[in-house]
Design a protein around this ligand. Structure first.
Ligand SMILES: *[C@@H]1O[C@H](CO)[C@@H](O)[C@H](O)[C@H]1NC(C)=O
Ligand SMILES: *[C@@H]1O[C@H](CO)[C@@H](O)[C@H](O)[C@H]1NC(C)=O
Ligand SMILES: *[C@@H]1O[C@H](CO)[C@@H](O)[C@H](O)[C@H]1NC(C)=O
Ligand SMILES: *[C@@H]1O[C@H](CO)[C@@H](O)[C@H](O)[C@H]1NC(C)=O
Ligand SMILES: *[C@@H]1O[C@H](CO)[C@@H](O)[C@H](O)[C@H]1NC(C)=O
Ligand SMILES: *[C@@H]1O[C@H](CO)[C@@H](O)[C@H](O)[C@H]1NC(C)=O
Ligand SMILES: *[C@@H]1O[C@H](CO)[C@@H](O)[C@H](O)[C@H]1NC(C)=O
Ligand SMILES: *[C@@H]1O[C@H](CO)[C@@H](O)[C@H](O)[C@H]1NC(C)=O
Ligand SMILES: *[C@@H]1O[C@H](CO)[C@@H](O)[C@H](O)[C@H]1NC(C)=O
Ligand SMILES: *[C@@H]1O[C@H](CO)[C@@H](O)[C@H](O)[C@H]1NC(C)=O
Ligand SMILES: *[C@@H]1O[C@H](CO)[C@@H](O)[C@H](O)[C@H]1NC(C)=O
Ligand SMILES: *[C@@H]1O[C@H](CO)[C@@H](O)[C@H](O)[C@H]1NC(C)=O
Length: 678
């Protein structure tokens, strides 16, 4: 190990080096911690990464044990202690058949595996205190699980699991000596799962084949199941680690034997594998769920913002604090270009694989917080991804750490918003991957956490002058909103709001409704939601079309016709921003606006005293100022506080043209102008 890292030495030192290496080797071999000796190790070229992987994998045993290929062949007892003379014994008598590592219930074992090797594990009958066996008689709800071996776990099974887990909690302290014998002989369900944490790397630039995969063998009779074991000795067909994940479950009253084999490395691939395997009596220790569990809030040219679904169905502060004190969510992002995505292929469903790959391969940083924004005051995990490149496609992975064992998360199961829970177990959980593209220019910038408009979190019109100055940009917008709001409350204060309900302007609405609806509307109007000029969608409204892009060109210079001038170029609806401050102080290039939803305007008209004189534009003026929420669309067709986008999986969407209906030039801010009347 030590020597493979050292630099080449001048020749005259070679003799000295050889001698001293030998001595050092011997010395190292005598240290209990350094049982790995150069001659026997299949050295992984990436052993440099070991440190990181060690730090990124939750260990329940000594890390030396975890990464020591030799130990696998020699076996190890439960606490990872190996008597050091064993090595010398065997080096004298020659290599014996690899030994079998004993697995404990819910304790993952991490192993290194060189090409063309097999690692063996066993899960003995009687291992682990299965509370479940005592509590559920055979023939009860457990029956439904019994014969499954490959099909997907359905929600109903999860529900069964829920019930059981609750019973487990209740019976946690029940003495179980009496049932020990029965447990050891009764059939019980065992889940085996495994993740690829590292795999060989490609050495030929244009290699198009997928990385070679590990294979899982399970047997109840053959102690060392592997590629040479006949099929009738195995409980199931050999199972490849698909995208870094393999699992199996069975009912048995005996021992279970597990083999993990590595294939031959074909040319173009170099290195070895690292994988984690676990046996559990409670459910699959490692998990992949082919579902979405988050929304995209927005992206700009160098960052992106995401939120998970609601983490609880209540808005209690106790629930919120619980999540804030232990946020298990994390997100990994990789450029989706051919080179970067190739490293991810083969690890997409593996928590430990993604985690170590993300840490070692890129400059992208993800900061994770718990927020109650984006609807309902319910806690959600929020991810701010930074360090992205302009106009690039990225792949994202949402994962949940399993350290907080048996964490329950709600999962929306149908369109009515009904929820079921699912359980994240010790090995963590990975969700379906998704892709997104960063914006192509600097005219839009994501902002969040504003002081006054605290519900705003999306891209607003900006310019390269503010690219590194989020705070300055936020202050310009927020101060403007505050100023409008102050003038509004000054007016509202002159109205008899605080009198008894009979004297109030409306029985159904009061001034608090008015203030709330005004603020929602105001913030959506002062902070226009910004998209690239090149974005397609007939709900997007072009702004600032006569200003140059960053490269100096002006849009539509191929169309100098009088009709184009009169319907677009010369109209305020297209050649300005919604709020004058944006053009005066921020000076964005051309961009498109996702218009605020029309109901935001209608809400203030309904909620506020008529004497304030609020009115919404109508007809074509409305079309230039507000968007319409279209229920049938998956897409966000208008903006409102807390609006989020459904993840984009489709690539190459059919382009849509921008609506070009001529219309009266009107801006939503005109409502604010009406304050002059008061
Ligand atoms: C990444 O690796 C560094 C050290 O190499 C470690 O300190 C850090 O915790 C790791 N981060 C993650 C997310 O694993
Ligand atoms: C178990 O898996 C094997 C091979 O995939 C399949 O042939 C068999 O029908 C499965 N048995 C059950 C009960 O699903
Ligand atoms: C294997 O894992 C997948 C994804 O978590 C799950 O749908 C499937 O039911 C599991 N299969 C077994 C045999 O546990
Ligand atoms: C991909 O990798 C090859 C070889 O390492 C390199 O020549 C090429 O520029 C890379 N492409 C990208 C987009 O990074
Ligand atoms: C929770 O929601 C209820 C009703 O929606 C609301 O009255 C209450 O103020 C909320 N509590 C918190 C802490 O947000
Ligand atoms: C990461 O950032 C450093 C310094 O900014 C840069 O030199 C390096 O090329 C970046 N690496 C990648 C993979 O983008
Ligand atoms: C969270 O729950 C609230 C109330 O049920 C709902 O209005 C909101 O849309 C949910 N938000 C997300 C992001 O799921
Ligand atoms: C608010 O009112 C003051 C005084 O009338 C005025 O100077 C200021 O411009 C107003 N603010 C806005 C945003 O219109
Ligand atoms: C300038 O940039 C815009 C937007 O990024 C792009 O649409 C246009 O094709 C570019 N023009 C030239 C001449 O590169
Ligand atoms: C349309 O506007 C452009 C830019 O302002 C100008 O160059 C062009 O001459 C105008 N076309 C007509 C027909 O007026
Ligand atoms: C120019 O714009 C007008 C009005 O939108 C449109 O009818 C015409 O087809 C456009 N001409 C070209 C060459 O794009
Ligand atoms: C909705 O958005 C998706 C992804 O952004 C796009 O593929 C799709 O075409 C859009 N739908 C419509 C009706 O434009």
């Amino acid at each position: 190990m030590q020597f493979s890292k050292s630099r080449p030495l001048p020749l005259r030192l070679l003799a000295f080096r050889v001698t001293s290496s030998f001595l050092i080797t011997l010395w190292i071999c005598l240290q209990p911690q350094h049982l790995v000796c150069a001659t026997e190790i299949p050295v992984a070229p990436e052993h440099v990464q070991r440190n990181e992987i060690e730090q990124s994998i939750p260990h329940t045993f000594s890390p030396i044990d975890a990464h020591d290929p030799l130990l696998q062949e020699r076996g190890t007892d439960d606490d990872g202690y190996v008597p050091d003379f064993a090595y010398f014994d065997r080096s004298l008598i020659g290599r014996q058949e690899a030994e079998v590592i004993k697995l404990e219930n819910n304790k993952p074992h991490t192993s290194e595996l060189a090409p063309e090797k097999v690692a063996f594990f066993r899960f003995e009958k009687g291992t682990g205190a299965s509370k479940r066996d005592e509590n559920l008689s055979p023939g009860s709800s457990l029956d439904r699980l019994e014969t499954k071996n490959t099909s997907g776990r359905s929600i109903s099974e999860d529900t069964v699991e829920e019930k059981r887990s609750d019973e487990e909690l209740l019976l946690e302290e029940t003495p179980f000596e009496n049932s020990l014998d029965r447990r050891q002989n009764a059939a019980r369900r065992i889940w085996i799962s495994a993740n690829t944490c590292r795999q060989p790397i490609v050495t030929i630039p244009l290699m198009s084949t997928d990385p070679p995969k590990l294979t899982l063998y399970i047997s109840s009779s053959e102690q060392r199941p592997g590629p040479n074991t006949p099929r009738d000795q195995l409980l199931t067909d050999p199972a490849d680690f698909v995208k870094g994940f393999a699992n199996f479950t069975t009912e048995t009253d005996g021992d279970l034997f597990i083999g993990v084999s590595s294939p031959v490395l074909t040319s173009g691939w170099d290195g070895s594998w690292s994988f984690e395997v676990a046996a559990s009596l409670d459910g699959s220790f490692h998990n992949f769920l082919a579902r979405d569990y988050l929304y995209m809030v927005d992206t700009d040219s160098d960052s992106a913002l995401f939120v998970t679904f609601n983490l609880t169905t209540s808005n209690s502060t106790a629930d919120l604090d619980k999540w804030k004190n232990g946020n298990p969510f994390t997100m990994y992002a990789f450029p989706a270009n051919a080179n970067s995505s190739r490293a991810v292929i083969g690890l997409e469903h593996s928590y430990c694989g993604l985690k170590s790959l993300f840490n070692t391969t890129n400059n992208i940083s993800v900061s994770t917080t718990i927020t109650t924004k984006f609807g309902g005051g319910r806690p959600k995990a929020q991810f701010n991804v930074q360090g992205l490149k302009m106009d690039e496609e990225y792949t994202g992975f949402l994962a949940v750490d399993g350290a907080n064992e048996n964490l329950r998360l709600p999962l929306i199961t149908d369109d009515d918003g009904d929820t079921e829970q699912f359980v994240v177990r010790g090995g963590g959980q990975v969700f379906a991957q998704w892709k997104w593209r960063t914006k192509a220019d600097d005219s839009c910038q994501v902002i969040q956490d504003l002081e006054f408009c605290d519900n705003i979190a999306y891209a607003v019109p900006s310019s390269s002058a503010f690219k590194q100055n989020d705070a300055g940009l936020m202050k310009l917008y927020d101060d403007l909103a505050k100023s409008y709001y102050q003038n509004f409350t000054n007016s509202l204060d002159q109205i008899a709001c605080e009198t008894t309900s009979t004297a109030q302007y409306s029985l159904a609405r009061n001034c608090d409704d008015c203030r709330r609806d005004y603020k929602d509307w105001l913030c959506s109007v002062v902070f226009p939601r910004c998209e690239d000029y090149g974005a397609q969608g007939d709900w997007l409204h072009a702004r600032n079309i006569n200003t140059p892009f960053a490269n100096g060109s002006i849009p539509h210079m191929d169309n100098l016709t009088a009709v184009f001038n009169s319907t677009f170029r010369d109209r305020f609806a297209y050649n300005r921003s919604r709020v004058p401050m944006i053009d005066d102080q921020i000076k964005p290039g051309p961009y498109k606006e996702l218009l605020p939803c029309d109901y935001l305007c209608h809400n203030i008209v309904r909620s506020c005293p008529a004497i304030l004189g609020f009115a919404c534009p109508e007809g074509e003026a409305l079309e230039h100022a507000y968007g319409e929420a279209k229920k049938s669309f998956q897409n966000l067709t208008c903006n409102f506080p807390g609006a989020v986008k459904i993840l984009n999986r489709a690539v190459g969407a059919s382009p849509k043209t921008v609506g070009i209906d001529p219309g009266v030039v009107m801006f939503a801010v005109f409502v604010v102008g009406l304050f002059g009347i008061l």
